[in-house]
Write a protein that binds this ligand. Structure first.
Ligand code: GLC
Length: 731
């Protein structure tokens, strides 16, 4: 009898094992598992996979009307606000065990510049010209996110932006397509690692696709007049680079692209993204962006909005529930083909399989002290903060602070602030984790010199009652360190400002302190280029700290003391005044580029600081670039070398930016275009050789209005440092 039972048990185990559905078999290929699962799903189950709801308390004020829904177990995805892995696992368990097929939920969140170990905002990261360091920081963010129950981040934001009135300029990598591409790819690599199924990999999401940075007047959510030429030349390149780098998902934007909103734009979402670039992940809409098609005037109701978005190529609906509420009817009316539903569900499932969610659906629960803010994580954040700082001005070598300095008047609303150094999109960052500027100074200068502190003023308002105390301690000190800037809510989403100047109270404080005659070192913490026309003449030195996250105080102090030589360079131009916007380095040439014709009558036309500006405590001398040939044909590469000598007395890191220009082409070209960069540390008195290998199709061609690459023979220039050298491309 026992033998019979044993045989029966063995058989049932074998049968069970043998009949484990293919999609549950880890050894099967992702495509086979996707196909098998889609084939088993009901229409209702399929539709659920195309919806994303929210879970946890939504702290993003811009996303109005949010509430935690009664979650069906088969929901495709959740924006996971609570960051509690235990809660995540409970909800996931419900999905795995109560839904018929046990399809895991994809938990997404905005992990933008760090999770709990917040590092500098993206615009600051680009000042480092150190993509590898960005990748390292993003890997930390990914691990902290995974340990908090997150599988997917809505990052990187790679929207080229040239209007600093737009608050979201803080979230991208500046005004240049190539810089956005390189830092976008670095970020994708940091999040996704070399395999999405790695235990600490999370899926990236490229946003906001596409042309969002052209939002009219720097106001948010607006119409963006994007010509076909600028779409291909400026706004698409970062996306193409990141898709090629394997980015798992894309987020469709809020803006209306010249009459066809980004979230209902078949040309960008399907023709380009899927057919031309072969993206096999999926597109999620931005928050309620599908419903917003109604307000944008291209849908009469939610049903039509859902139909247009889906047929255009938006696979998943973020939060407005339109797909869930309307798809059964749209399919019944044969307006949506089931084949397209199947393909869209396959795209979502493909990302879930690649992430390994079917095989490892739960988060490992670690004690909170082991999840976040590890020493090595904070060290990486500090290193990135250090390399992101830009020395904008340093009259008479005010910096580094001389050994004769015995006291510093540390003044300003930013001096002891912690909350605003976190920057926008830092939901899990905590002020208590942040090292303030003052704390960094204490660490750096403890027992070496006297720190005298006064707040002086608030960030805004008219209260000048703190001026007297500030002036008083300034008079008692050898130098003034004035810490000004923006609150973190002044940049980021829905944070447009008609003027990029600092509030007048801050400028007035500077004017009062200037009257003391003491040297003034101005430290800025902000999320956008600022209008410094009235400020710049009053400061002896200006240090752009940006919003460095948790570890900015010591890096800044190291730069002030000279322990660190600043190496940051701007990835975005600082206009002299708001009235100059837009002004950016890769503009087209004026028709009358002489005698200041066409310039402003009332102010200078040159911006205050160009893209690429950044000072050092040492000096770098660029030799004459050497070409491997004066002439190449289209199948040859041209190597250009430049020797950079550190002619100063201290070692320093130098980011060498290489540009090309095409003075006569069938379509007018920018005055110059960044095509490569490299950063090296060079010892005092030493030299380093920097090499740029020009590939004609990659570096000298340009897209026409259809995206076709055009490579034309003729004269070109390669520019590096302040040198410009001609070469010829022949057929
Ligand atoms: C927001 C933002 C987007 C973000 C999303 C989810 O409205 O536009 O960048 O990822 O909603 O929070």
């Amino acid at each position: 009898m026992k033998k019979i039972c044993l045989i029966l048990i063995m058989a049932s185990v074998k049968v069970c094992f043998g009949q484990l559905p293919l999609y549950k078999q880890k050894a099967a290929s992702v495509e086979a598992r996707v196909k098998d699962l889609v084939g088993r799903m009901t229409l209702e189950e399929k539709i659920l996979q195309l919806n994303q709801y929210t879970l946890g308390e939504n702290t993003n004020k811009n996303n109005i009307g949010d509430e935690t829904k009664v979650l069906p177990p088969g929901i495709g995805s959740l924006i996971f606000f609570s960051a509690d892995p235990v809660q995540r696992n409970l909800v996931q368990k419900k999905a795995m065990e109560q839904s018929r097929l046990g399809i895991p939920i994809l938990f997404g969140f905005d992990v933008i510049h760090g999770f709990r170990t917040v590092y500098p905002i993206s615009l600051a990261q680009a000042c480092s010209w150190n993509p590898a360091l960005v990748t390292e920081n993003c890997s930390v963010a990914a691990k902290e996110a995974v340990l908090s129950g997150i599988d997917w981040t809505f990052s990187p934001m790679i929207d080229v932006a040239r209007d600093p009135r737009w608050g979201r300029v803080s979230e991208g990598y500046g005004e240049d397509p190539y810089a956005n591409a390189i830092f976008g790819v670095a970020t994708v690599k940091g999040y996704q690692g070399n395999n999405l199924s790695n235990p600490y990999s999370i899926a990236a999401c490229l946003k906001h696709y596409v042309g969002y940075g052209m939002s009219e007047g720097g106001r948010d959510y607006r119409y963006s007049d994007v010509s076909a030429q600028s779409l291909w030349e400026t706004y698409l390149p970062p996306y193409e680079a990141c898709i090629k780098a394997g980015a798992a998902t894309v987020m469709s934007a809020f803006n209306d692209i010249s009459g066809v909103p980004a979230s209902a734009n078949h040309y960008t979402l399907t023709d380009i993204l899927k057919k031309r670039w072969g993206h096999d992940g999926f597109v999620i809409s931005d928050w309620d962006a599908i419903e917003q098609l109604i307000y944008q005037g291209v849908a009469k109701d939610k049903k039509e909005a859902g139909l247009k978005a889906f047929l255009s190529g938006v696979e998943m609906d973020m939060r407005d529930n339109i797909y869930f509420e309307n798809f059964k009817q749209l399919i019944a009316e044969k307006k949506i083909p089931v084949s397209l539903v199947d393909e869209s569900v396959a795209r979502v499932l493909r990302v879930k399989f690649r992430l390994g969610l079917f095989d490892e659906p739960y988060t490992t629960i670690m004690p909170e002290k082991d999840r976040y803010l590890q020493p090595e994580s904070k060290a990486l954040a500090a290193k990135l903060a250090e390399e992101s700082v830009v020395l904008l001005k340093n009259k008479k070598n005010t910096l580094p602070l001389a050994g004769s300095i015995k006291s510093i008047a540390v003044i300003g609303p930013m001096a002891k602030d912690t909350n605003n150094l976190l920057g926008s999109w830092s939901f899990n960052g905590r002020p208590a984790d942040v090292e303030s500027i003052y704390k960094g100074l204490e660490n750096e200068f403890a027992n070496k010199l006297q720190l005298n502190y006064a707040k002086g003023s608030g960030f805004e308002g008219t209260d000048e009652s703190g001026f007297a105390e500030a002036v008083s301690i300034a008079n008692q000190s050898d130098v003034i360190l004035l810490c000004l800037g923006e609150m973190k809510t002044w940049s980021g989403e829905s944070a447009s400002r008609s003027s990029i100047a600092l509030p007048s109270i801050q400028e007035k404080l500077l004017v009062e302190l200037k009257k003391t005659g003491k040297p003034i070192v101005l430290v800025l913490s902000n999320g956008r280029p600022l209008e410094l026309a009235r400020v710049e003449p009053l400061a002896d030195a200006i240090v752009e700290l940006w919003q460095p996250g948790v570890a900015g105080g010591t890096p800044l102090a190291g730069i002030l003391s000279g322990r660190v030589n600043p190496s940051g360079k701007l990835p975005i131009t600082f206009p002299l005044t708001t009235g100059q916007i837009p002004t950016y380095y890769n503009m087209r040439q004026s028709a009358r580029p002489f005698d200041k014709m066409g310039d402003y009558q009332d102010i200078a036309t040159e911006p205050l600081y160009w893209f690429g500006h950044g000072l050092s405590y040492t000096s770098f001398e660029y030799g004459t670039p050497k070409l491997s040939a004066q002439k190449i044909n289209k199948s040859q590469e041209l190597t250009v070398e430049v020797t950079v000598k550190n002619t100063g007395g201290v070692k320093g890191k130098e980011a060498v930016l290489w540009y090309v220009s095409d003075p006569a082409a069938s379509i007018s070209r920018p005055v110059k275009e960044l095509k490569f960069f490299e950063k090296k540390e060079i010892g005092a008195g030493a030299s380093a050789v920097f090499t740029f290998t020009i590939n004609p199709m990659r570096d000298l061609s340009f897209p026409d209005a259809t995206g076709k690459r055009i490579l034309e023979s003729g004269d070109f220039y390669v520019q590096v440092g302040n040198q410009k050298i001609k070469f010829e491309l022949v057929d």
